[in-house]
Design a protein around this ligand. Structure first.
Ligand SMILES: Cc1cc2nc3c(=O)[nH]c(=O)nc-3n(C[C@H](O)[C@H](O)[C@H](O)COP(=O)(O)O)c2cc1C
Length: 209
């Protein structure tokens, strides 16, 4: 990471979900470890750090998973009404093979045992913690000029078996990680007319919802 790494606000502003802009150049191991270190510093309920990271680089595994995702994409496309289907058709939803590296993020609900400080009332806080690790990873990647693409078009059982993840651990994300030619300024789903972002003013409420 350079001395002049971007500010956190700049990283948040520049972050994009990357699908089509992977250059094919593999993320160097040192960079990858810095990004994973950022993920591993995320806050977690009861300090449980319920995440793990499976780094996947075997081209055969990448291709196998990409084929599974292509099938899931087709199923989704077929479920859409005609007008939405034609909007969806040109949208790329993954860069699994092109990125050259996948990180499967997992969540272990049993980490920390039965008495987790802070999770006794809201069980989801364990999952929230693992997602915060992903957001740390994503922003650190921007600072490193590395693109991340989150892929969720998969059957959870399929990915569990492909990664040989033991019960009760769950895969919660496949992240495509790689060098990019550029970061788009506007999210793909906006550029392709799928869905616009909403103004902040619509999301902020005062006193009650
Ligand atoms: C939980 C989650 C799952 C996602 N799954 C996919 C996916 O399967 N394929 C994809 O292309 N983008 C996926 N995305 C990326 C979103 O489409 C993207 O974040 C959103 O359109 C906003 O664009 P931006 O991230 O570039 O700001 C996912 C994002 C999240 C947070």
């Amino acid at each position: 990471m350079s001395e002049s790494a971007v500010s956190v606000y700049e990283a948040i502003r520049r972050r994009r979900d990357v699908r089509a802009e992977f250059s094919g150049e593999i993320v160097p191991d040192e960079t990858l470890m810095r990004i994973l270190d950022a993920a591993h510093r995320a806050p977690s309920v009861g300090n449980t750090q319920p995440w793990d990271f499976v780094v996947v680089r075997n081209p055969e595994t990448l291709d196998t998973f990409a084929a599974h995702v292509a099938e899931a994409r087709l199923n989704f496309a077929q479920s859409l009404p005609e007008d939405r289907r034609s909007t969806f058709d040109p949208i790329k939803i993954e860069g699994i093979a092109e990125s050259g590296t996948g990180i499967v993020v997992t969540y272990d609900p049993s980490r920390g045992g039965p008495n987790i400080l802070g999770r006794h009332t809201v069980d989801d806080t364990g999952l929230f913690s693992a997602v915060l690790a992903i957001q740390n990873l994503w922003l650190a990647a921007v600072a490193e000029e590395i693109g991340i693409g989150w892929v969720s078009f998969y059957d959870e059982k399929y990915l569990t078996e492909l990664m040989r993840i033991p019960s009760p651990v769950r895969p919660i994300a496949w992240l495509c990680v790689g060098k990019v030619t550029e970061f788009q300024q506007v999210p793909d789903l906006e550029r392709f007319g799928w869905r616009q972002r909403r103004p902040l003013a619509d999301a902020v409420h005062y006193e009650t919802y």
